[in-house]
Design a protein around this ligand. Sequence first.
Ligand code: ARG
Length: 403
Amino acid sequence: MARKKVVLAYSGGLDTSIAVRWMREQWDVDVVGCAVDVGQMNPAEHEAIRERAMAAGALDIEIIDARDEFADRFLAKALQANSLYEGKYPLVSALSRPVIVEHLVACARRHQADGVGHGCTGKGNDQVRFEVSTRTLAPDLEVFAPTRVWGLTRAECIDLAEQWDIPIEASKEKIYSIDENMWGRAIECGVLENPWSAPPEEPFTMTVNSKDAPSEPRDLVVGFERGVPVSLDGTAMSLRSIIELVGEAAGSYGFGRLDMVENRRVGIKSREVYECPASLALITAHQDLEGICLERDVAREKQRVEIRIAELIYDGLWHSPLMSALQAFVESTQQHVTGEVRLRLEPGRCYGVGRRAPKGLYDHDLATYDAGDTFRHEDSAGFVRLWGLSVETWSRRQGPGSS
Ligand code: ARG
């Protein structure tokens, strides 16, 4: 019988490099690497990644540039839904898994593979996302998860890399586990495992410490069409470029760091440190624009839907019927979320200081306290009396107004 073939999500790092050779030896399978760029790769490293995969014994390696697709098909939707897990985390890693899996599956088809593989541990969310998406998109493919069963420590992996002549840059004392893409960066492990210890400065790369930020504020004007950014400071550009530029600007002001304890799908509470300058700045801008564009009841209902969407993304259910249904609701709310927001950057801060929209619902003549007021003041007295009638009756009979 021919050996099975597995397409492995390959990052070029220590674990997935060891996994290539380990799966071949332990499970007698052929391995094709598939490295998907969602903004974490330096194009100059492509050659090194290719060489490492081949040195580890891969049959072949594909490097796929999914940056624009990630922005246009995934991040745009997350942004329209202001997606923040547990009210804070913009779902950096969670959002990248479905696009990576789509490419893994396509790559598996091209290579007529029997399964896909990933390097996630058994304690995290990422295994859930990889496997649930794979089983949804391609239920016939087997899933291989070597790191979940091999029981190797980091030091043992490094020894194996040496023994197998796999060129890796890892050092035995690397303390953080990092996952990143254009939406931000997730940092775990090391001293961060004590939730009482303040995060040290060293692991941050997308944000400066706010005490080193420029003292002069800087404004950015983000233009939106139907809830998706289409321009920056008046210049039309791709969503990916906007994300990159906003991320650099906000990061240079030390904006976007998060420190939280979050609830993983597998039931563990975990201390997470993030830096998310682009995503948090763009969500701030989008929410600000929605403030003048969404009718009140739509805005309130949307907040409920947003919480559910964030949970679905976090829990690996991007590819699910509920997600499509809720996204259809969000999409319909975004019809008139077209306009501009002026964001102000100050050390450690990013906030809206101006917004305008051609179909906005802000009506100056209704809102003004100056001349030109069109609000019918005489309607208010009766409205307010009826609004309070129920509690007034309660008070008289049963509450503080009763005797
Ligand atoms: N806790 C985050 C999530 O579940 C980030 C996980 C990132 N993985 C990592 N290797 N640091 O989405």
